[in-house]
Design a protein around this ligand. Structure first.
Ligand SMILES: Nc1ncnc2c1ncn2[C@@H]1O[C@H](COP(=O)(O)OP(=O)(O)OP(=O)(O)O)[C@@H](O)[C@H]1O
Length: 586
């Protein structure tokens, strides 16, 4: 892309080269005038001639400064149109995707690209024209000086060129690790209250620790290549200095004058070494950064934070090859799962206790990070767990907790009404009432959590048995309140599955997808799970889950030995709630 840009802006680049020649002339005169001032002037007893040469060098400095001033104008004339092109491309894409956040992120990156490009053009140009002026000057002083200085310079440059590719990749890795760490810390800072409430300190610390370790590794690797870069400067910039001093007697015997030696020293220390250092620093760091930024701008994607990617589009939830295990030695709970949930779909997740339904929702929500594969969500999402979280504060604060800006009272009351929490709101005394979590029943806490999720501007709602304490009619009402959004609900009762557009049946070995009716027709396991086929013999539930025959023993799990709740590995049946046909009564 950079080459295409350079081609498109050939004319302004030629102008830039023209002004830069003045700087070359200044560099040339720096050493040459010094040598002449010594040889023809001061060492020959002609002070006036010496001063004349020095005056010529001073004039050259002024001319060079004027050239530099014009150079900045030419650099701006090159960089600004490039910036405009990038902004046009980015805004067009932002408008097409109607994604304000992406637009703002990308325009920021355009500014970064503009600044970095300007810096790069300046250092590359300075090096080329300074080196040209200095090498030409060395040749003019004495051709024998050229190999002494030019050879190590070339070797140093070649070494530096060889480090550019690996260095750019390390730089890119480091930037990505840095962004992932920043995203992680941002998430943690925003969720401190939740972390505190759910006692998730260890998990939060472990996850942040992982990111810090990643960044540390990336920084170390970058530093190693930084050493290689410094080595290249040593060979290209400092070794010639040593060579010049070591070979001085030989050079003096081969036609180099004392003034010539002083001029060569001036070229090295005043021009070549600083220009080489600037080039190495500029290309090595800014060049890699520009490559990353341009790649992102042209690829159309910001670097995704690990685990969950957000993007706009028609498919809000996409799972690709998803694998997750609780620990390195553990059997995967989710194994190579592919799933697409179209926008607006209501998906029920069904399966026996301990099979991984909550884990799956945690992965979609981004609270768990997949070991392999990818989760792509189209938008903001909200996860409502089984144990609803309410805190001692006003009902208004509790309901608005997931909303970036506190919604108006009408919106809060409307959402409470929609999920069936209207009577609770009234009983508690309105939005200003201060909640005492312990004084609420489990069902009331769930209603508060559901209303909070409802009022949040999240198009994707994940309900993990979030209605299990409500009665079937209240559950149906709460679920219906989310119509129009994408809803993934862990089905606690058969009603959730019947109301869903599709059901994901997790049965350990594999996952099956279909409508409730399709699964009833084709899966004996599903019929047994939903209690639709009482004559069906209990399923041989082998690993990775086993169901404890002690029914109703609670929700505990002890090392893969999963204890079902209610019935043996079955979903809780319910009375017909008037949606779509009926099931067995309770
Ligand atoms: N934090 C954890 N550490 C280790 N193992 C876990 C953890 N959380 C869950 N598991 C195990 O992962 C498996 C899947 O658990 P998960 O809670 O996702 O199942 P589930 O289908 O939602 O169960 P339920 O219907 O009982 O809520 C179970 O074997 C469980 O014991």
């Amino acid at each position: 892309m950079l080459i295409a840009l350079l081609r498109r802006h050939k004319r302004v680049l030629l102008r830039l080269a023209g002004w830069s020649l003045l700087e070359s002339a200044q560099t040339f005169l720096l050493g040459f005038a010094l040598a002449r001032a010594l040889d023809d002037g001061f060492l020959a007893g002609r002070a006036a001639t010496g001063l004349g040469w020095l005056a010529a060098a001073a004039v050259a400095v002024f001319a060079g400064a004027w050239g530099t001033r014009r150079v900045y104008g030419a650099v701006a004339a090159f960089v600004e149109p490039v910036r405009d092109e990038l902004v046009r491309a980015v805004v067009t894409r932002g408008l097409r995707e109607a994604d304000d956040a992406a637009l703002s992120r990308l325009t920021q990156q355009v500014e970064l690209a503009r600044d970095t490009l300007a810096g790069l053009v300046l250092v590359a140009r300075t090096f080329v024209f300074t080196a040209a002026g200095a090498l030409f000057g060395l040749f003019a002083l004495a051709p024998v000086l050229l190999p002494v200085i030019g050879c190590p310079l070339l070797v140093g440059l070649a070494l530096f060129a060889a480090t550019l590719g690996p260095l750019a990749r390390r730089q890119e890795d480091f930037l990505a690790a840095d962004e992932r760490l920043a995203a992680e810390l941002g998430l943690l800072a925003g969720g401190l209250r939740d972390i505190e409430a759910s006692g998730a300190h260890d998990r939060a610390a472990a996850s942040a620790g992982e990111r810090i370790d990643d960044e540390y590794r990336a920084a170390r690797s970058l530093a190693y290549w930084g050493v290689a870069r410094t080595f290249a400067v040593g060979i290209g910039g400092r070794l010639p200095l040593v060579l010049l001093l070591v070979t001085a007697p030989w050079l003096l015997r081969h036609g180099v004058t004392a003034g010539g030696l002083a001029g060569a020293l001036a070229y090295l220390t005043q021009s070549l070494l600083p220009a080489l250092q600037a080039l190495v620093q500029g290309l090595g760091t800014s060049g890699a950064r520009l490559t990353v930024v341009l790649r992102r701008l042209t690829a159309g994607e910001g670097e995704p934070p690990a685990g969950v990617r957000h993007e706009s589009g028609a498919w809000p939830v996409r799972l690709r090859g998803l694998v997750f295990a609780y620990g390195p030695g553990a059997a995967p709970v989710v194994d190579r799962l592919d799933l697409t949930v179209p926008a607006g779909e209501r998906l029920a997740v069904a399966g026996p206790s301990g099979i991984g339904k909550s884990t799956l929702l945690g992965l979609i929500a981004g609270v768990l990070r997949p070991d392999a594969g990818e989760v792509t969500t189209g938008c903001e999402r909200v996860l409502v767990p089984q144990e609803a979280y309410v805190f001692t504060a006003t009902l208004r604060e509790n309901l608005g907790y997931f909303s970036p800006q506190l919604p108006c009272d009408e919106a809060l009351s409307g959402s409470a009404e929609a999920v069936g929490a209207g009577p609770l709101l009234e009983r508690l005394g309105g939005l200003d009432a201060v909640l005492d979590p312990a004084a609420l029943s489990a069902a009331e806490r769930q209603l508060v959590a559901l209303a909070r999720a409802h009022v949040a501007p999240a198009p994707l709602v994940l309900l993990d048995e979030a209605t299990c304490h409500l009665d079937p009619a209240a559950e149906a009402r709460a679920e219906r309140a989310f119509a129009g959004r994408t809803l993934v609900v862990v089905a606690h009762r058969t009603g959730s599955a019947r109301r869903a557009d599709r059901v994901l049946l997790m049965d350990g070995a594999r996952a099956e997808l279909g409508t409730h009716e399709e699964l009833l027709a084709r899966s004996a396991f599903y019929r047994d799970l939903t209690g639709a086929d009482p004559s069906h013999p209990p399923l041989p539930l082998g690993d990775p889950y086993r169901v404890d025959p002690v029914a109703g023993a609670g929700l505990a799990s002890d090392g893969g030995h999963v204890v079902a709740h209610g019935a043996v590995g079955k979903m809780e049946p319910e009375r017909d709630v008037g949606d779509r046909g009926s099931f067995r009564g309770e």
